[in-house]
Design a protein around this ligand. Structure first.
Ligand SMILES: [Fe+2]
Ligand SMILES: [Fe+2]
Length: 324
C-alpha cells in the first residue's frame, strides 16, 4: 500500500537508470507526488518491469530513497551490474570483453534517449555510440556470435531495444550484409524501433485495456518515425525500420498493411528479431528453453508474418548460436 510521509528532508533522488526491475530492493522506494513523498515499495519488494517501463514512458528520471539508504542502493546497483557484466564476459569470452563496456554505454544512451525530451546532444550521442560499436563489430573477422551472447534478460525498454539491435545486426551479417553504413542503420533502427511508445500520452498509459491506449499503440511506429524526423538527422533506413516494424509479409500488419516486397529488407530482419525477443521474454524458466520455444514459434509464421525467404535463413543463423 502507498503510504504518505510527512517529513521530506531526509530523501534523495536516485536515477531510474540505476534501478533494476524485478530485483529485490535494498531499502524503501518513494515517489514524489503532488508535493509529498509517498512510499511506493518496501525493502525486499521489487519494482515490476511493467511499472518500471511506465515510469520511463512518463519520463520519470528518478525515484526517491531515504538518505540513509543511499549507500545501500548504490552498492545494490553496482553489485547487480557487476554480476550481469560477469555473466556476459564469461559468455562472450575474454577476447570480446572490450565490447561489453561499449554495449553498456549504448544502453545508457538508449535509456536517456527513450526517457528524455532533450534533443540535440542525446540524439547525437546515440548515433556516435552506435557507430563506434558497429565499427568494432564489423572490423572483427569472426562469426559475431558474441552479439547474441550479450542479450539482456531484464525487461526494461532499453534492454529490449538493445537485444533487438544485437539480434538484428547479427542476422544482417549472417544474411550477407557487410557495409558499415547498413549495419549502423539496422542497429540504430532496431535500438529505437519502439521509441514511439514513449510518445503515447501519459493519461492513456493508466489503462492499457482502454480503446484510447490500444489505438495509440497502433500508431507507435508512426509516432516514432515522425518524432525522429524532428529530433535529428536520422538516415531513411532508420526511419523505415521504425515505421514498418509491425508490418507483416501477408499485409495484415500495421500501420500501413504493407505486403511482401513493399516492406523494406532491413525491416524484415528487425521484425523477426523484435518478435523473437518478445517471445523469449514472455516465457518463464531457463533461457535456452525459452529461446528454443521462441524459434519454434517463429517457424510457424513463414509466409504469413515473415518473408518466407528471410525467415529460414534467420532461424538457421539463430540456431547456430542459441540451440547449443
Ligand atoms: Fe513496436
Ligand atoms: Fe519491440
Amino acid at each position: 500500500m502507498e503510504q504518505k510521509i510527512e517529513s521530506d528532508t531526509s530523501f534523495v533522488s536516485y536515477p531510474l537508470s540505476m534501478i533494476f526491475p524485478d530485483k529485490f530492493l535494498p531499502g524503501d522506494v518513494y515517489l514524489y507526488l503532488d508535493g509529498h513523498f509517498i512510499k511506493y515499495k518496501e525493502t525486499g519488494d521489487f519494482i515490476p518491469a511493467i511499472r518500471f517501463n511506465q515510469f520511463m514512458l512518463k519520463k520519470h528520471k528518478f525515484i526517491f530513497v531515504q538518505i540513509n539508504d543511499l549507500e545501500k542502493f548504490k552498492q545494490w546497483s553496482t553489485s547487480i551490474q557487476d554480476k550481469i557484466d560477469g555473466v556476459i564476459i564469461q559468455a562472450v569470452g575474454q577476447s570480446n570483453a572490450e565490447l561489453v563496456p561499449l554495449i553498456k554505454d549504448i544502453k545508457k544512451a538508449a535509456f536517456d534517449f527513450l526517457s528524455s525530451d532533450a534533443k540535440d546532444q542525446i540524439a547525437k550521442d546515440i548515433l556516435d555510440k552506435t557507430r563506434a560499436f558497429v565499427a568494432k563489430v564489423n572490423e572483427r573477422q569472426t562469426t559475431q556470435d558474441y552479439l547474441l551472447k550479450m542479450l539482456q534478460y531484464d525487461q526494461g525498454m532499453a534492454d529490449h531495444g538493445l537485444n533487438v539491435a544485437n539480434i538484428s545486426t547479427y542476422l544482417a551479417i549472417n544474411l550477407g550484409y557487410t557495409q558499415q553504413i547498413i549495419l549502423e542503420n539496422i542497429y540504430l533502427g532496431a535500438l529505437l524501433h519502439d521509441f514511439g511508445k514513449t510518445l503515447i500520452k501519459a493519461k492513456f498509459l493508466e489503462n492499457p485495456e482502454s480503446r484510447a491506449y490500444k489505438q495509440a499503440i497502433l500508431k507507435h511506429p508512426e509516432y516514432g518515425k515522425n518524432e525522429l524526423i524532428i529530433r535529428g538527422n536520422y538516415p531513411e533506413d532508420v526511419l523505415k525500420i521504425v515505421s514498418e516494424h509491425h508490418e507483416k509479409h501477408d499485409g495484415t500488419g500495421y500501420p500501413g498493411q504493407l505486403k511482401g516486397t513493399k516492406i523494406y529488407q532491413l525491416t524484415k530482419i528487425v521484425s523477426i528479431a523484435n518478435d523473437f525477443d518478445n517471445i523469449v521474454m514472455s516465457y518463464k524458466g531457463e533461457i535456452p528453453k525459452r529461446q528454443a520455444n521462441g524459434l519454434k514459434e517463429l517457424e510457424q509464421w513463414a509466409g504469413t508474418k515473415y518473408d518466407p525467404v528471410v525467415l529460414p535463413k534467420a532461424i538457421k543463423a539463430l540456431k547456430l548460436v542459441l540451440a547449443k
